[in-house]
Design a protein around this ligand. Structure first.
Ligand SMILES: Cc1cc2nc3c(=O)[nH]c(=O)nc-3n(C[C@H](O)[C@H](O)[C@H](O)COP(=O)(O)O)c2cc1C
Length: 359
């Protein structure tokens, strides 16, 4: 199948000169009357949910002028839909909308969240909703995306509440058909990592691409760097992608697993200029394992590996198997071809392994 990747961003240099605080060229298609000055609920980095913290910082960026807009025929097909109770996610959403010239859409609850509703130290409304799997907070009556069918890529943004997206995101997800859409998740939090829990099963037919968590102090440059690595296939061209694995003068093609971890791995390779070289150690007399430059989403499952399996271990280590093992971890792909000499080719002890996008 012909691969037709398109890049979302035209010029990283241009992007880095954009300001998050500049007026967004994106069209805001929702009406919102939510208060911006409600007390913050951002948790300190790596904290547990034990105490409310101070105001979430504004998303900051150099106040460079907007010199030129990136022009791209795909731009008008991007929707950046977000829910933001205290404004942090909104800042990131506006930056994405600005950088990609996408349309902004605010997901507005019918009943706005008051400071008391967000006080997670007690029995607040937000806590009750998060504990109830069936909770579906209503959307404001006029909170409706116009021309939904025109968008082929939807960015979905939200804060993390108790480790997962707020339940209103499920209400939003259930309100639309996701068939054929690329979906890119992003979130803000006080320290917890990215999660899209509960959403993939409500967006059937859509293709989730690697998501990203930002802190309240994320810069425009940080957001731009993430977007720059986010090349993905046009929906009509979804299909196989290939990477290669090279070590000790040997190169193998890899057929990638059909999961968000493999997609995120391809995005990581793209973001790293097309390849990543991993210093791998021998472990257990069955694998070569080494650290990735950044964590990938996990799709762990019990697996019996064999020679040639490529595995993601604990989200941040990549493992190439040359013998059998059984464990719970994430399949990334499998080497193709004759693997009968894989063990000898990898050699004993440490080995430098390069993972690269296939030409
Ligand atoms: C009810 C509630 C639960 C939260 N749970 C978490 C959490 O589990 N982990 C975390 O890091 N931050 C948590 N936070 C902090 C928010 O994720 C963080 O402040 C976020 O950036 C707010 O985004 P917003 O301003 O767009 O609403 C929670 C906040 C609230 C109100």
């Amino acid at each position: 199948m012909k691969k037709r990747f398109f890049s979302l961003l035209l010029s990283f240099g241009l992007i880095c000169s954009l300001s998050m605080s500049a007026c967004s060229p994106a069209e805001n298609v929702s009406a919102s009357s939510r208060s911006e000055d409600s007390p913050a609920s951002s948790l300190p980095e790596d904290s547990t949910l034990s105490s409310p913290s101070e105001q979430p910082p504004e998303v900051s960026a150099d106040p460079a002028p907007l010199e030129e807009q990136p022009a791209g025929e795909d731009a008008s097909h991007i929707l950046v839909a977000y829910f933001s109770a205290t404004g942090t996610t909104k800042g990131v959403a506006e930056t994405i909308g600005e950088l990609l010239q996408g349309d902004l859409f605010e997901i507005v609850p019918q009943q706005p969240y008051s400071p008391e509703d967000l006080d997670y130290t007690g029995d607040c409304r937000a806590n009750e909703e998060q504990q109830d799997d069936l909770a579906r907070p209503s959307l404001a009556p006029d909170c409706l995306v116009e021309n939904w069918e025109d968008y082929d890529t939807v960015f979905l943004g939200y804060p993390i509440w108790w480790g997962i997206p707020p339940k209103i995101m499920r209400t939003f997800a259930e309100s639309y058909s996701w068939e054929g859409k690329n979906i890119v998740g992003f979130c803000t939090s006080g320290g917890s990592g990215y999660s899209n829990e509960g959403l993939p099963e409500l967006t059937e037919g859509g293709q989730w691409l690697g998501g990203q968590r930002f802190s309240g102090s994320a810069t425009a440059e940080e957001v731009a760097r993430w977007l720059e690595g986010l090349s993905f296939q046009e929906t009509e061209a979804q299909g196989e992608r290939e990477i290669t694995v090279s070590f000790n003068g040997h190169t193998y093609s890899v057929s990638l697993a059909d999961n968000t971890s493999a997609q995120a791995f391809v995005e990581l390779l793209t973001a790293q200029g097309g390849s990543v070289t991993v210093a791998a150690e021998d472990y257990g007399n069955f694998e070569k394992v080494g650290p990735l430059p950044q964590s990938l989403p996990r799709n762990d499952q019990p697996l019996d590996t064999s020679a040639g399996d490529l595995i993601l271990y604990q989200g941040n280590r990549i493992v190439l198997y040359y013998a059998n093992n059984s464990w719970t971890f994430t399949p990334l792909g499998r080497l193709e071809g004759d693997l009968s000499h894989l063990r000898e080719e990898l050699g004993e002890g440490d080995v430098s392994i390069t993972y690269a996008l296939a030409e």
